[in-house]
Design a protein around this ligand. Sequence first.
Ligand code: NDP
Length: 446
Amino acid sequence: MSYTQKVLDELKARYPEQPEFIQAATEILGTIQPALDAHPEYEEAALLERLVEPERIVMFRVPWVDDQGKVQVNRGYRVEFNSAIGPYKGGLRFNPTVTLGMLKFLGLEQILKNSLTTLPMGGGKGGSDFDPKGKSNNEIMHFCQSFMTELYRHIGPNTDVPAGDLGVGGREVAYMFGQYKRLRNEFTGVLTGKGLSYGGSLARTEATGYGLLYFTEEMMSCMKNDSVKGKTVVVSGSGNVAIYATEKAQALGAKVVALSDSNGYIYDPNGIKLDVVKQIKEVERGRIKEYVNRVEGATYTEGCKGIWTIKCDIALPCATQNEIDGESAEILLKNGVQVVAEGANMPSTPEAIDKFLAAGILFGPAKAANAGGVATSGLEMSQNSERLSWTFEEVDAKLKQIMINIFHNAYDRSKEYDVEGNLVVGANIAGFLKVADAMKWQGVAY
Ligand code: NDP
């Protein structure tokens, strides 16, 4: 039995109640055995057994008082997964579906993703089962303050630097930053995704979506001598990643014809009017179906899955995990999709990925393709450390170069390990080797 299979079997037996974590571990460990064959010293050092166990998990209760004066209690978590190459770094997710297993899946992915950016960031993830939907501003503030009243003990600019994720945007980061500052009496870059007036970075808001397109453009250019220009694109979601992926795709000359939210999707054969979407989602915090009331010729369909039946050249899943299953992958392929690049984390099921790879289309896996957000968070940390702010153009240029480098790093590894073009294997091995090397040299930490 291979080393990776042995570790995976042990994990499955130990954490049967954490399916997302097991799925992510299976995906990663299932691809890196060739790198372990080339480095037998890693098995001797039990490197994988250490990699799959978080260095630390903090779990805590988050009590807060709602607008009716009723005391509510949620569960808070921070998974400090790996600090071999830098402080723990990764977002906070506020969503009723949050469980420890989900955060461990995201944290494990984050280790390799952060490694791929070439910036000095370890891996972490956190959040709460708090549901921000339908809460007043006041309730959001009270919740964020209570959450930080425990979390502040465990984080710091050189220890652990959280950011946003689902349900945690600029507003929530701001409330948490304010509370951290108050409790510590210290103004430091302890969170990223901050507002521009208190240490945030220009281009952070756009970074994941823009980065996804820089990656896609480079992948198409290098592997197929093609480009995004003139292509028809379907983007799922209508949040931060989806909106800025759409913006950059349009800027590169593509036609984006669909967007969605967790209730349904819109189809606009004339091309999505992004100013209307921004007004609905960013200003009014409304639902995507409102789009069809404002734009002639657009249609709305209830349910999320149908979005993948729309014919397109490029599919950019930017909503949530496991949103493209095997069946949807087959329909996309039947309709002639040429490129799938993941903006969300783990949006394709393993079955879907197998189908894309078997069909030989270009497939950009999340940990490489959506690394632009955390890369720009790394750039925000650099700016905070030197107490300077770079221009939008400076940050954007650095982001673009990082995404191009990530693609080539993954692509080169795929060639080195005889699976040319398989960026799932290439990205996993490239991300893993850097962390493994750092862990090896640092020895077994007691
Ligand atoms: P947002 O909360 O801004 O937007 C998420 C969007 O996805 C919303 O439109 C939401 O709709 C929709 N959505 C949620 N669940 C489903 C579902 N089951 N089916 C269809 N649509 C759904 O989040 P982000 O845009 O920031 O993040 C999207 C994904 O990208 C996540 O996987 C996140 O982890 C990942 N990511 C984000 C980064 C970032 O910088 N923001 C960086 C790297 C990865 P609704 O409003 O109905 O909930």
